[in-house]
Every structure is written in C-alpha cells, then in structure tokens.
Design a protein around this ligand. Structure first.
Ligand code: ZN
Length: 151
C-alpha cells in the first residue's frame, strides 16, 4: 500500500476516457489499495483512478459508511434531482453547486470479480455520479451552476 500523487484539474489525464478493466490482476488490486490510502490521507470521500494518473475504470468511495470499491461501474438507474455543493480532490480548496440525480444505482465488479450493485440517495448518489464522471474525463467544475467558490 502506498500513497499516490493526486493529479490536479489542469492535468490532461483528467480529461481522458478511462478503459475498462479486462482482468483484475495484482496491479488492479494494488491500485485499489493505494487509491483508498490516498483518498483517506486527503480526507476525501471518493477517488477515481484517473485522479492518480491511471486511465482505468476504477473508483473508491467512502462517505463515512465504509469503503466501496467499484471496478467498471455503470449507472443503471437514476431518479429525481438534487442541487448541492460539491468538491473534488483534483480541485483543492474549491466548491460549487451541481445538479445531480437524487438516487443512483450502479452495477460494477468488486475486487473478487463478483458483480455488485450499489445504490444510494442524496450524498451517496452525488458521490457515485461524480466519480463515474471522472472515468469519462468529466469534472464537476464543467457542471457547476453559478460560481465556483473558495472554501
Ligand atoms: Zn473528483
């Protein structure tokens, strides 16, 4: 386990589309471990692989309810709408209001290669959408309604 360097929003890697994980090998397991370490060290609630410079569809989330690891996550259902404040470890010291679905259901693989379904409302739905956006090269700052403010 090791900390990885978090890329900032000016880094081109954050604008690229990540590739699906074809085989969950030792490299992917190490990536998951390192991403969790890096997220916790930075006091974040989520981290996507491109944020540590790896263009693979891998996400970790912990909104205070335990660690969730998602490999090849796909949003399969959303409902409702919410407007709320969002930040990003790649955009330190800033927040902005973003419209997101109020409910989000995601299908993914866990580190054992088992298919899992993760769903959540409110903040969890926001975290799922935000992190999966990263895998498509999208940042929350593209979607802010109003202004991006200093924390
Ligand atoms: Zn982010």
């Amino acid at each position: 386990m090791a900390l990885r360097k978090i890329r900032l929003s000016t880094d081109e890697v954050l604008r690229k589309k990540s590739k699906e994980v074809v085989e969950i090998n030792q490299k992917i397991i190490e990536l998951l471990d390192d991403m969790a370490d890096t997220m916790y060290e930075a006091n974040g609630v989520g981290l996507a692989a491109p944020q540590v410079g790896v263009l693979r569809r891998v996400v970790v989330i912990d909104i205070g309810e335990g660690l969730i690891e998602l490999i090849n996550p796909v949003i399969i259902e959303t409902a409702g709408e919410q407007l709320g404040e969002e930040g990003c470890l790649s955009v330190p010291g800033k927040v902005g209001e973003v419209k997101r679905p109020n409910y989000c259901k995601v299908e993914a693989l866990n580190r054992d290669g088992d298919k899992i379904v993760v769903e959540g409302e409110e903040f969890m739905a926001r975290a799922l959408c935000h992190e999966i956006d990263h895998l498509n090269g999208e940042l929350y700052i593209d979607k802010v309604e109003g202004t991006i403010e200093d924390v």
